[in-house]
Design a protein around this ligand. Structure first.
Ligand code: G3P
Length: 215
């Protein structure tokens, strides 16, 4: 299973890379706005830190605008992937990008058939948002399981990025379903590595180490 970091903060990305956990990065306008940096500058720096796919989101609402943005963003670095919202105009843009050889990640997917359509249009990635569905009492992970089954049934190569992850259980469930990728906030990535019994075990070993005669 691949782990992407869901952030535009380069310090967070460097820390994740140092942990050996970053196969790629996803950003969105909200995450880039939080950095206070110009959009293209932030994406360019992330692409220098991470060799894997880096998603940068198009913000036009019409296909023509999205395609123009896709051309511009794809020129930043070879590992840029264009995040396109799951709309009818978005599907047109994904289709055109596939013809142009520009990789896309269809975002804001909330039901499996949206994901199937993204795959049919030629998206390299599709991003179902689990946390935002859970927030309105709909099981986000059920959508991921159904989407994964649909893509497997027909042999699509489109990879599923489980997005809008809020806690370690989301990643546990995504891994059991066989989702290709989880895009994870750094805070949640760190939480995955922790266990209170690990901490208690270290504390005990350190205490006992002090009891060992020095010579
Ligand atoms: O990858 C999409 C993600 O950034 C959305 O997360 O927490 O805003 O639903 P959230």
């Amino acid at each position: 299973m691949k782990f992407f970091l869901d952030t535009a903060d380069v310090d967070e990305i460097r820390e994740g890379v140092a942990m050996g956990m970053v196969d790629g990065v996803t950003t969105n306008p909200t995450l880039v706005a939080r950095t206070g940096r110009p959009f293209k500058e932030a994406i360019a720096e992330i692409c220098k830190i991470v060799a894997g796919p880096v998603s940068a989101e198009a913000v036009s609402e019409d296909a023509e605008g999205m395609i123009a943005e896709a051309r511009e963003l794809a020129a930043i670095a070879p590992n840029v992937v264009i995040k396109i919202p799951m709309t009818i105009e978005g599907l047109k843009a994904v289709t055109a990008c596939a013809e142009l050889g520009i990789q896309t990640n269809v975002t804001l997917v909330f039901q499996p058939l949206q994901g199937l359509m993204a795959a049919k249009a030629g998206a390299r990635f599709v991003s179902p948002f689990v946390g935002r569905l859970d927030d309105i009492s709909i099981d986000g992970m059920e959508m991921v399981a159904d989407l994964k089954t649909m893509l497997r049934n027909y042999g699509f190569e489109t990879e599923v990025i489980v997005a809008s992850i809020r806690h370690p259980i989301h990643i546990n469930q995504a891994a059991l379903i066989g989702a290709d990728i989880a895009t994870i906030p750094l805070k949640v990535l760190k939480a995955l590595a922790r266990h209170p019994l690990t901490d208690a075990g270290i504390e005990r070993f350190l205490e006992d180490y002090q009891k060992i005669p020095k010579s």
